[in-house]
Design a protein around this ligand. Sequence first.
Ligand code: BJW
Length: 240
Amino acid sequence: MTGKDAPIVVLTGAGISKESGLATFRDADGIWATVRIKDVATPDAYRRDPKRVYEFYNARRQGLVGGNIRPNAAHGALARLEREWPGGVLTVTQNIDDLHERAGAKNLIHMHGELLKIRCDVCGNVVAWRDDLGIEDACAACNTAGRMRPHVVWFGEMPFEMERIERAISAAGVFMSIGTSGNVYPAAGFVMLARQAGARTVELNLEPSEGATLFEEKIYGPASQVVPVYVERLLHGAGD
Ligand code: BJW
């Protein structure tokens, strides 16, 4: 299949957490079917109506912390791959949930931020946060009130750790994309970078994504089923 000394980069999206009970964005029953991006996921929405944005993320935070949300077999299989693959594995997730780390992932980048953190818009201080967030909450570092925001990346903002991600993809032997529709850049462009680097490119998704034709190998089905099988094949399959 591929040399086991070659590093693997895995990109994940909302589809990997669907079977854990978290909604995706663009499926028929997804988040964007009930709220508009421009009302909750842009810096302008936050400036215009911070309360609306707080409510949107408070509800999702409550769902993640208080709901019966657990990592599924796909998160578990990727954590196993990270532990056992000799060449090293970096998981880059677009998801703001904490299911990869709860499954045991250590080498992980949350390129679109984390739901269980908030950030001061004034001084940049980031803190862990599991409660509701409101306009009255003040920054523990600079004391400014009313300027704490979800530590997430909205449209028009730069995703986190782009240099590190691009360096890792440029050195990868395998690039796997799991549970993402390929609608949102720069993540949707990573497959092109991986191809330029000569990596083997694999899409594992419920259905063909926007960029499906760019992948050499495509495996369609629920992540909790197809990811563990693919990981087993990488670790112990016959070379092909
Ligand atoms: C399953 C499954 C199961 C279901 N098993 N699979 C014109 C052209 C190109 C780019 C732009 C453009 N105009 C504007 C842009 C840039 C813009 C962009 O991409 N816009 C597009 C809409 C066109 N991007 C940005 O603004 C980004 N920043 C940026 O570009 O900065 C400048 C820059 C320049 C140069 C280099 C680098 C940067 C920021 C994007 C921020 C995205 N933010 C969000 C919300 C915040 C976090 C949150 O609230 O959660 O991030 S939007 C939302 O979409 C969220 C997700 O992370 C992201 C991706 O969604 P994802 O994960 O793919 O979910 P879905 O629902 O789309 O797909 C799920 C898939 O799973 C489906 O395919 C299902 O079939 C599948 N599935 N069940 C397996 N059981």
